[in-house]
Design a protein around this ligand. Structure first.
Ligand code: ADP
Ligand code: MG
Length: 289
């Protein structure tokens, strides 16, 4: 590859809001056959909001929300922001929580007035011995993520949180599929909610309930099948997978860690940057030959 044609390609990409930090990534992009897309903040806006509160017997919406927000007050996860925003909107005053702990891919726990509360996904609460006696399928069927709130072994309620799909995600994904690429969505979220979002976005294949530390392993497994894989992500969670991929695309509005781990940054955050980068890459490689 001539350094000149790569420079031209990098310049062309910049006009499209695609920042290429490693010239090599521009050449590899034309060879990609598989695109793995993170869900939250990549396919979706990454600004979830509370949509539903389901109370267990004897509980009230505002009590459940107050406890959930108090437990989340030490977290910077987008799900925590959603719950804290809702409690602010309802002008609820939070309880003071101590012994706060965030567990990657599971949820958060804290102590309030001597009682231990947990807020997180079903699998984690079940493994802690919580009796899940409320149904969440009405939430998951519409792509809402259910967060379960417990005190000791008792389920107090479910808070449903949902995130909008970015306006152009579906069109960008359709372009990738038209180019014959295998498009996969990867997420720590549960399968039921993830599948609903995938369907809305036009993604056929979903890897759900993937713990943060396992995202890179999933990329590696695809590579060992002989695939040339791009990872597109925005979160701290995605950093190892972005580094493992043949080409990592970071969403420009995402976390610094993701941007530093990826060869390419999509400035505007639109997924159209991926097929655009591949087209520029093909043109560059043709010039080189
Ligand atoms: P993603 O891959 O979609 O960015 P994460 O790996 O961050 O998701 O989280 C996966 C799941 O773990 C969430 O869908 C949620 O059920 C649970 N979880 C993680 N962090 C929190 C939190 N701060 N509060 C509640 N639940 C959480
Ligand atoms: Mg994300």
């Amino acid at each position: 590859a001539t350094p000149m044609s790569v420079m031209v390609g990098v310049g062309k990409a910049a006009e499209y809001g695609i920042l290429i930090r490693q010239g090599e990534a521009l050449q590899t992009s034309s060879q990609l056959d598989t695109i793995v897309l993170d869900k939250t903040g990549t396919i979706t806006e990454g600004k979830p909001a509370v949509t539903d509160i389901v109370c267990n017997e004897g509980q009230q919406e505002d009590t459940v929300l107050t406890l959930a927000a108090s437990v989340e007050s030490g977290s910077e996860h987008p799900l925590a922001t959603a719950i804290l925003n809702e409690s602010k909107q309802r002008e609820l005053s939070l309880d003071s929580a101590s012994e706060f702990q965030a567990l990657n891919g599971k949820g958060v726990t804290a102590t309030i007035q001597g009682k231990t509360y947990r807020l997180g996904n079903r699998r984690w609460l079940e493994s802690e011995g919580v009796n899940i006696n409320l149904d969440s399928t009405s939430l998951t069927d519409k792509g809402v993520t259910p967060l379960f709130l417990s005190e000791a072994n008792t389920l107090l309620g479910i808070i449903g949180v949902a995130d909008r799909i970015k306006d152009d995600s579906k069109a960008a994904i359709a372009r990738l599929k038209d180019q014959g690429l295998k498009v996969i969505m990867i997420t720590g979220d549960i399968a039921a909610s993830a599948n609903a979002i995938a369907e809305q976005a036009g993604v056929d294949e979903v890897m759900a309930e993937v713990l943060p530390e396992d995202k890179a392993k999933k990329i590696q497994a695809l590579q060992s099948e002989g695939r040339t894989v791009a990872m597109v992500g925005d979160g701290i969670n995605d950093a190892p997978a972005l580094a493992q991929a043949d080409v990592g695309f970071a969403i420009g509005t995402g976390t610094d860690v993701a941007i530093e781990s990826a060869a390419i940054t999509l400035m505007g955050g639109s997924l159209h940057g991926v097929p655009d980068a591949m087209a520029i890459s093909s043109a560059t490689v043709r010039n080189i030959k």
